[in-house]
Write a protein that binds this ligand. Structure first.
Ligand code: AHR
Length: 632
């Protein structure tokens, strides 16, 4: 293609073009990026009563019983475990409980910070240990003098400092005592390795660094389906995710496991600050996915919706209100006198699927009217999922899960979108492979095989789709792949952008991750109009320029061709001898994927180019190349 690119006349480009979406799915939060090592630390969020004891096990001759004691640790954490001497307990011995972590615990020479609460009388010492599950070899152990007081919950803190790294993650955490005065109850038993930026109650450093390397401009949270709740009362409640962990009851998440809410609203906003990303906050929109009884969605009736609108308004006041407001003062009391910034609020998630009629007739409007009146500058996003927002002055959240061939047809999807309704692409991913029918839509049948991990042809097709978004970045706010994370031992949805296990050395960044990383690293202030002597396909491309300069970015990808595509690009204002860098990603085949314990299949080459006669840069791209050319 012979292309002439102009440095003026384009549209201004969204500064948020590439972002991330996070919800607790696939143990992406609990058992995932949240660094807590103890699984089921406070017996929360279960649909069983009083809760579930899994995966705790007795140590020594202990008998473990879940109890709701007369004196609870807190209103939020009423259930604790009683550890009592079992029938064959020999006096003088130790009893306790052990926890396998989230499918293992990584033990390396670094400080681990732990704590637990105990109820009962005890004058002796506790022992906390990290040990091998197989050999019982102890990697680290510490004695903690009891501070127990009869009838009161007392917190104990400790540190574990392994001297060597365990060879694998098949390790357990053990807490023991010598029951001189009978049983004790325990709750909120917690152990953290060092976290990202050493934040208390923080995140896994490697996974956060992986997010940071994506250069994300926004964080869409806290769902996805997980904000919605399966049945009545199970919604994500912002005010139950803040404050000390003892004040967070947790909830039954939407993805089949309990959520501790250890990552709560404040933690999400802290991520935004840490990642320098704009929050796109979803508020609950008045629908439970499976109703009262796991059947149909349950919509809050119109006459009751005001209660939940108020809940959202309180949340916004908590985030934005000054310290003289009720919820601004609450924020300040938690150590954040300064309001956060919040410019985008989404009403619900995929309401076009869960319950479109009530959304269109009263739910969206009720939230919209209240939020818009109080915060007129906030961009309100409807979760209609299509390209039509349902109120003036609002944006819409478009989701797409597709096969590569379908994404490859969508370069022009946003070209004719209504310019008065901005579009967030809040979720997208290639989830199933191509079939013989080139335009076969994705199948949602449970039996239809998903890609276990993103593959390269999927990444290329997604790139065609997001380049289409880039050239419409006057109206597209930005795009985020979903889901972001999976723990490979506890996953409900494949494929995912990043896969991980208990071993931080084995984080897997997918093919799609590397494609997005390259595209996101190169931004520009304005699209740069161009003319070309060839239409799009097999090559798809977009050009951008930093306004007022001749610094250009040209992004391209090539899909389904056997012959390489030559490019001769003439950038306005650049002359013979001008310099550029061409970065190209590709993989051995379209089906290449990054898998646990495998090598990164994505190969990156960087070449310096010099403009030839007439200021033209010439290069070739072959099938499945994803390329970025930057001039300087
Ligand atoms: O990303 C996984 C799920 O897909 C999200 O929770 C939901 O919004 C969508 O259906």
């Amino acid at each position: 293609a012979n292309i002439t690119v102009s440095n003026h006349g384009g549209n201004s480009s969204s500064p948020l073009m590439y972002g991330i979406m996070f919800e607790d799915i696939n143990h992406s939060g609990d058992g995932g990026i949240y660094a807590e090592l103890i699984q089921n630390r406070a017996f929360q969020g279960s649909t069983e009563f009083p809760s579930t004891i899994d995966p705790w096990e007795a140590v020594g001759n202990a008998k473990l019983t879940l109890q709701n004691t007369t004196v609870p640790l807190s209103w939020a954490l009423p259930t604790s475990v009683q550890v009592a001497p079992g029938n064959n307990f020999a006096s003088g011995g130790s009893i306790g409980l052990q926890n396998p972590g989230w499918w293992g615990i990584s033990v390396t020479p670094q400080p681990y910070s732990g704590s637990f609460w105990a109820l009962g009388s005890y004058h002796g010492k506790f022992t906390a240990k990290l040990q091998s599950a197989k050999s019982s070899h102890v990697w680290a152990s510490v004695e903690i003098k009891s501070k127990c007081q009869k009838g009161e919950w007392v917190e104990h803190k400790f540190h574990l400092n392994p001297r060597v790294a365990a060879p694998d993650t098949d390790n357990i955490f053990v807490l023991e005592f010598q029951p001189d005065q009978g049983s004790l109850n325990f709750n909120l038993i917690s152990l953290f390795p060092p976290t990202y930026k050493n934040s208390p109650n923080g995140n896994r450093p490697g996974l956060m660094a992986g997010l940071k390397d994506l250069n994300p401009s926004f964080l869409r949270m806290p769902g996805g389906n997980n904000i919605e709740g399966d049945i009545f009362g199970y919604r994500w409640k912002w005010n139950e995710t803040i404050g000390p962990l003892s004040q967070r009851p947790g909830r039954p998440g939407t993805w089949g496991y309990a959520n501790t809410d250890g990552i709560g609203l404040v933690e999400y906003l802290q991520w935004c600050e840490d990642l320098d990303a704009e929050p796109i906050l979803a508020v609950w929109s008045g629908v439970y996915l499976n109703g009262y009884d796991n059947d149909n969605p349950y919509d809050i009736p119109e006459e009751e919706i005001g209660l939940y609108v108020q809940e959202a308004m309180d949340e916004l006041e908590f985030i934005l209100g000054d310290v003289h407001t009720k919820f601004g003062a609450l924020r300040a009391s938690l150590g954040h006198p300064r309001p956060w910034k919040l410019n985008y609020v989404e009403i619900g998630n995929e309401d076009n699927i869960s319950s479109p009629l009530s959304y269109a007739s009263y739910r969206f409007k009720a939230f919209y009217d209240a939020i818009h009146a109080a915060y007129p500058s906030i961009v309100i996003i409807s979760s209609t999922g299509d390209l039509k927002a349902i109120a003036d002055n609002s944006a819409t959240d478009y989701h797409e899960y597709a096969r590569p061939n379908i994404f490859a047809t969508q370069f022009g999807l946003f070209d004719n979108a209504n310019r008065s309704h901005p579009i967030l692409i809040g979720e997208y991913a290639t989830i199933e492979p191509n079939t013989e029918n080139p335009l076969e839509p994705v199948s949602w049948d449970a039996g239809e095989p998903r890609l276990p991990y993103p593959n390269w042809v999927g990444a290329v097709a997604e790139t065609i789709f997001t380049l289409g978004a880039e050239r419409n970045a006057d109206i597209v706010i930005g795009a985020s792949y979903a889901p972001g994370f999976q723990n490979i031992n506890g996953s409900q949805w494949a494929p995912d952008l990043v896969s991980f296990s208990a071993d931080p050395a084995k984080d897997v960044y997918s093919t799609s991750y590397y494609a997005i990383q390259l595209l996101s690293a190169h931004r520009y202030t304005h699209t740069a109009p161009f003319t070309s002597d060839e239409g799009f396909g097999p090559a798809f491309y977009v050009a951008g320029v930093n306004h007022g300069t001749n610094q250009y970015t040209f992004k391209a990808t090539v899909y389904n061709t056997t012959s390489p595509v030559p490019f001769n690009i003439d950038f306005e204002g650049l002359h013979q001898g001008a310099k550029a860098t061409l970065t190209v990603l590709n993989a051995p085949s379209g089906l290449s994927e990054n898998v646990p314990n495998g090598e990164n299949v994505v190969k990156r080459t960087t070449t310096s180019l010099t403009a030839q006669k007439g200021g033209v840069f010439s290069f070739q791209l072959k099938e499945y190349d994803i390329a970025v050319l930057t001039t300087f």
